[in-house]
Design a binder for this molecule. Sequence first.
Ligand SMILES: NC(=O)c1ccc[n+]([C@@H]2O[C@H](COP(=O)([O-])OP(=O)(O)OC[C@H]3O[C@@H](n4cnc5c(N)ncnc54)[C@H](O)[C@@H]3O)[C@@H](O)[C@H]2O)c1
Length: 249
Amino acid sequence: MNYFDNPDYVVAIVGAGRGIGKAAALHVAGHGVRVACLDRDGDSARATAAEIGGRAVAHPLEVAEETSIPPAIDAVARAFGRIDALVNCAGITGRTNVPGHEVDLADFDLVYRVNLRGAFLLSKAVLPHMLARKYGRVLHVASIAGKEGNAGMTAYSATKAGLIGMVKSLAKDYVEQGITINALAPAVIRTPMVEALPQATIDYMTAKIPMRRCGELDEAAQMIAWIVSPACSFTSGFTFDLSGGRATY
Ligand SMILES: NC(=O)c1ccc[n+]([C@@H]2O[C@H](COP(=O)([O-])OP(=O)(O)OC[C@H]3O[C@@H](n4cnc5c(N)ncnc54)[C@H](O)[C@@H]3O)[C@@H](O)[C@H]2O)c1
């Protein structure tokens, strides 16, 4: 089913170089919309855009650096004349399998800069473009860790919980102006991020999934596409579940 049905529709995806962001970029492009691929790894963003073909653009964007964000978002608006949707898939775990009292402050700060501060700055940069047209869809990829807390992942769980709270608040600011702001909380999806984790961490997270399997990239991409399409029109401030039955609220 095509939820978009509009070839002018523009979806900007941060973290489009690989993993969930790349899968989402390829999937929404298949719906015939225009896609901006953004990533701190400019080469991988360009590779995703090249795989999509002529209707995609790519820009480097580092969400941990406030000076990097507005120019990249503005470049997308200039290239396409509008931004209808932003999907934020940029995120890092930091070091895992570390008890809270042993977490390094520099590691905590970096995870915060990317996962929460970066999401705030992205929202701040893209919302004026959406307000100008009284339409927008913003989706931040959080995590089940933000709802339940994963052992050995203090910074990750705390920043993803913060992201869920930020989305609840931001959504209320714009809910009467045609803009929805939501989050998505996946459990384990097999991506390069997960492959890089210690096996003990992957086993711990997977064992908690009642379906006893990891989520597939396509399952994430399909849900993301619907949430940032015009079809998802009566939900804002919500955290969608993608956890194989793990989430109970
Ligand atoms: N894979 C999972 O199981 C899972 C589960 C829950 C939540 N998530 C979340 O989903 C999102 C995507 O995860 P993934 O597994 O696809 O990760 P990934 O590491 O495979 O891909 C992340 C992409 O984001 C980019 N990125 C990272 N930091 C960035 C930054 N500072 N600025 C710009 N780009 C940056 C990377 O270059 C990469 O292309 C993350 O926010 C992650 O926390 C993933």
